[in-house]
Write a protein that binds this ligand. Structure first.
Ligand SMILES: Nc1ncnc2c1ncn2[C@@H]1O[C@H](COP(=O)(O)OP(=O)(O)O)[C@@H](O)[C@H]1O
Ligand SMILES: [Mg+2]
Length: 243
């Protein structure tokens, strides 16, 4: 469904992605793990069209979308749950959801309202908060809202940038349960995480990033079996700190 070839992203002199090639098949749940600064957010921003790429291609269902603006990628089925959730604090839960449906092609008002209801079914706690401002929600509730907002565009591929960040493990497990259900219903997901353990438990295949490059890839169960050695490689790198 998605093919990425030799993708490059730079910020001035800083090369955040140095030529990344990867793929996501239809309905797959794929992980990207890597330390802080490895380029995970830059990858998702490049896939969602939020940053300009300096090289390489992004192919969605055989179509080159490398230079397609962000809102057109949304209507082509790619939605992002951004790092730090970025819900609209001064707007209510319902308003945040409504905005998520903004770039849907040809959706009627009634369809948007029905999908808002679906999101409240998916995350029942949000139903209790429906008229509250997003700024008043807990971190977990905001993450649920960010996912609901992304789903409002009816994506085929959901990009998730560190959804566990700052959440209690139990809260994140609940969110993961919902993501697994969505995946079982056919949604493809690309989840980017510093938490290797959670990612390898959840996904079927993973890519390991280090300083803007893929250093390892494979089935998540194989990577899990690689165990501690891999984790050291990810987080300590070739600099090889001994602590
Ligand atoms: N807006 C930016 N301007 C300059 N450098 C950036 C910017 N965003 C990220 N970087 C740099 O790009 C590299 C990759 O960052 P990022 O993609 O955020 O990694 P990750 O999400 O894995 O932590 C880092 O060296 C980071 O400092
Ligand atoms: Mg990041």
């Amino acid at each position: 469904m998605l093919e990425v070839r030799d993708l490059k992203v730079s910020y001035g002199q800083i090369k955040a992605l140095k030529g990344v090639s990867m793929r996501i098949d239809r309905g797959e749940f794929v992980g990207v793990i890597g330390a802080n600064g490895a380029g995970k957010t830059s990858l998702l921003m490049a896939l969602s069209g939020a940053v300009r790429t300096s090289g390489g291609d992004v192919i969605l269902d055989g179509r080159d979308v490398t230079h397609l603006p962000q809102h057109l990628r949304v209507s082509n089925g790619i939605a992002i749950v951004p790092e730090g959730r970025q819900v609209f604090g001064p707007l209510t839960v319902m308003e945040n959801l409504e905005l998520g449906g903004f770039h849907r092609r040809g959706a009627s008002r009634a369809e948007i309202v029905r999908d808002q209801e679906m999101m409240l079914d998916l995350f029942p706690i949000l139903r209790l908060r429906a008229r509250q401002l997003a700024a008043t929600l807990s971190g977990g509730e905001q993450q649920m809202l960010a996912i609901g907002r992304a789903l409002m565009s009816r994506p085929r591929l959901l990009l998730l940038d560190e959804p566990s960040f700052g959440l209690a493990p139990m809260v994140f497990q609940e969110i993961l349960g919902t993501l697994r259900r969505l995946h079982a219903e056919g949604l493809a997901c690309l989840m980017v995480e510093q938490d290797a353990h959670v990612t390898l438990e959840t996904t079927s295949r993973s890519y390991v990033f280090q300083t803007g490059q893929i250093i390892t890839e494979g089935s998540s169960s194989d990577l899990r079996d690689a165990g501690l050695g891999l984790v050291e490689e990810i987080y300590l790198g070739s600099a090889g700190k001994s602590s």
